[in-house]
Design a protein around this ligand. Structure first.
Ligand SMILES: [Zn+2]
Length: 72
């Protein structure tokens, strides 16, 4: 399930994975084309490997001082 905000009706819609029409990999993100249950058209949303990787890197960096304290 994916939560989207329809740009036409401005409502939040919880959509089933079967409504995902296509998934396109880009160098910086992944584009999901989702059939909107609110208005019936297809909207494209970005999700992303890059953003998740960036967040994971930040979490790892944030965790490092704590690890050092544990082993000190
Ligand atoms: Zn829509």
């Amino acid at each position: 399930m994916t939560l989207i905000t329809c740009p036409v009706t401005r409502t939040d819609e919880l959509v089933a994975d079967r409504r995902i029409r296509s998934v396109t990999n880009h160098p910086t993100h992944i584009a999901l084309a989702i059939e909107c249950p609110a208005c019936g058209s297809v909207h494209v949303y970005r999700t992303g490997r890059r953003w998740e990787a960036t967040r994971a890197a930040h979490e790892a960096a944030a965790a490092r001082p704590a690890d050092q304290l544990v082993h000190a």
